[in-house]
Design a protein around this ligand. Structure first.
Ligand SMILES: Nc1ncnc2c1ncn2[C@@H]1O[C@H](COP(=O)(O)OP(=O)(O)OP(=O)(O)O)[C@@H](O)[C@H]1O
Ligand SMILES: [Mg+2]
Length: 326
C-alpha cells in the first residue's frame, strides 16, 4: 500500500524555568503584563501529527508520503524524515512562514505557558492529493489528521472525488470544528480514529449516536490510554484489544500517533483489525517510554516479545514475519 499522511508538521521548543511563574506575576499589574523567564533548559523536538504518523509508518516498512506545509527552516527536519524512509517530496514549502512551532515554558511547579504558532500550516491546502497522484502515482489510503481546518475539509473532499479511501483523524481539531464540519470529515471514512474524550466530543458535535457514527464511518477505533482500544463496525459487536502494559510511562505525547502508525502498517500488511491494533498498541508502548515523539528506537525482536507477553504465542507467530526485518 502507498499511504499519504496529511496534517501538521511542527517543531516543539520546550524550555524549563527553574523558578515559579507565580513569584513574578504582580496581581495588581495584570493589565500590563511584561514577563521574561530565564530558562535553563531547551529541548527542540520534531513533531506534528502527520510527521509523527508518517515516520512510524515508514519505520514499520510502509510506503509513506507526507503531505503538508512547512517553512524554509524544514531542511534539517526534512532530511531526518527522509533518512527514516518518509517521502517528503510533496511537502509544500512556504516562502513567507516558518514551520509551525509549539513553544512551551514549564516552571518548577509544572505550570506551563505555551504558544502554538501555525506558521506555514496556513498554506497546507496547497499540498494536494491530486498533485501527489499526478506526480508520483496512485494512493491506496490517505490519513486526514489535524491540520489547517480548511485543508482538512479540502483534503477530505479530494479523497471522495478521487476515490481514495481515507482515515479521518480530527483529534485536537475537534474542539474548534462545528457540527456540519465534523460530519463532513467523517462521512464515508474507511477508518475513524479518536480517543475516548474525542469520541464523546465527536458525538456531541455531530449529534450522532455511537451506532449512527458507524453508519458514516466504516470502522471506528477508540483508543483508551492504558485500557487499550475498542474497534467498532456497523453490524458487528465491538472488539476490544488490550494495551501493551508499560511499567514506567515516561511521556504520553505522541502515543495516539504511534497507535495509528502501527495499526495502519498492519492494515498495509493485510492483517485483520485485531492484529493490526495489537501492532498499534505495541508501537505506542515503545513511544510512551521515551521523551519525544520520533526519537524511539525500534527493535522487531523487542516488539515481538512484548506482543507475545501481552497477546500470546499465536499472535506473535502471525506478526513475526512482519517484524523480523526491522
Ligand atoms: N499508560 C499506557 N500504557 C500502555 N499503553 C498506553 C498507555 N497510554 C496509551 N497507550 C497506548 O496508546 C494508545 C493511544 O493512547 P491514548 O488513547 O492515550 O491516545 P491519545 O489520547 O490520542 O494520546 P495523545 O494525543 O497524547 O497522543 C492506546 O490505545 C494504548 O495502546
Ligand atoms: Mg491524540
Amino acid at each position: 500500500m502507498r499511504i499519504a499522511v496529511t496534517g501538521s508538521i511542527a517543531t516543539d521548543h520546550l524550555m524549563s524555568y527553574p523558578g515559579r511563574f507565580a513569584d513574578q506575576i504582580l496581581d495588581d499589574r495584570l493589565d500590563r503584563v511584561s514577563l521574561s523567564f530565564l530558562a535553563d533548559r531547551l529541548e527542540i523536538r520534531n513533531g506534528g501529527v502527520a510527521a509523527n504518523i508518517a515516520l512510524g509508518l515508514a519505520r514499520l516498512g510502509t510506503e509513506t508520503v507526507l503531505v503538508g506545509a512547512a517553512g524554509k527552516d524544514f531542511t534539517e527536519y526534512g532530511a531526518w524524515l527522509r533518512d527514516n524512509g518518509v517521502d517528503t517530496a510533496h511537502v509544500h514549502i512556504s516562502r513567507n512562514h516558518h514551520t509551525a512551532r509549539f513553544v512551551c515554558t514549564t516552571d518548577r511547579d509544572h505550570n506551563q505557558v505555551a504558544t502554538f504558532y501555525a506558521g506555514a500550516m496556513v498554506e497546507a491546502s496547497r499540498a494536494t492529493l491530486t498533485s501527489v497522484q499526478e506526480r508520483s502515482g496512485a494512493l491506496d489510503l490517505a490519513v486526514v489528521a489535524p491540520n489547517d481546518p480548511g485543508a482538512m475539509q479540502s483534503l477530505t473532499r479530494e479523497c471522495r472525488r478521487l476515490g481514495i479511501p481515507f482515515a479521518a483523524d480530527p483529534s485536537q481539531q475537534l474542539a474548534r470544528l462545528t457540527g456540519p464540519e465534523t460530519r463532513r470529515l467523517v462521512r464515508g471514512a474507511r477508518f475513524l480514529f479518536t480517543n475516548e474524550y474525542e469520541a464523546r466530543l465527536l458525538q456531541e458535535r455531530t449529534g450522532w449516536s455511537r451506532a449512527e457514527v458507524l453508519c458514516h464511518a466504516e470502522t471506528w477505533l477508540v483508543t483508551r490510554g492504558a485500557a487499550g482500544v475498542d474497534i467498532g463496525r456497523a453490524g458487528h459487536p465491538w472488539l476490544h484489544v488490550d494495551a501493551v502494559p508499560v511499567a514506567v510511562p515516561v511521556e504520553p505525547t505522541g502515543v495516539g500517533d504511534a497507535f495509528r502508525a502501527g495499526f495502519l502498517a498492519g492494515i498495509d500488511r493485510g492483517l485483520a483489525y485485531e492484529q493490526a491494533a495489537r501492532l498499534g498498541c505495541a508501537l505506542a508502548s515503545v513511544v510512551i517510554q521515551v521523551i519525544g515523539t520520533q526519537e524511539y528506537k525500534l527493535s522487531g525482536a523487542r516488539l515481538l516479545l512484548e506482543i507475545e507477553a501481552t497477546y500470546g504465542f499465536s499472535a506473535a507467530c502471525e506478526l513475526e514475519p512482519h517484524l523480523t526485518p526491522l
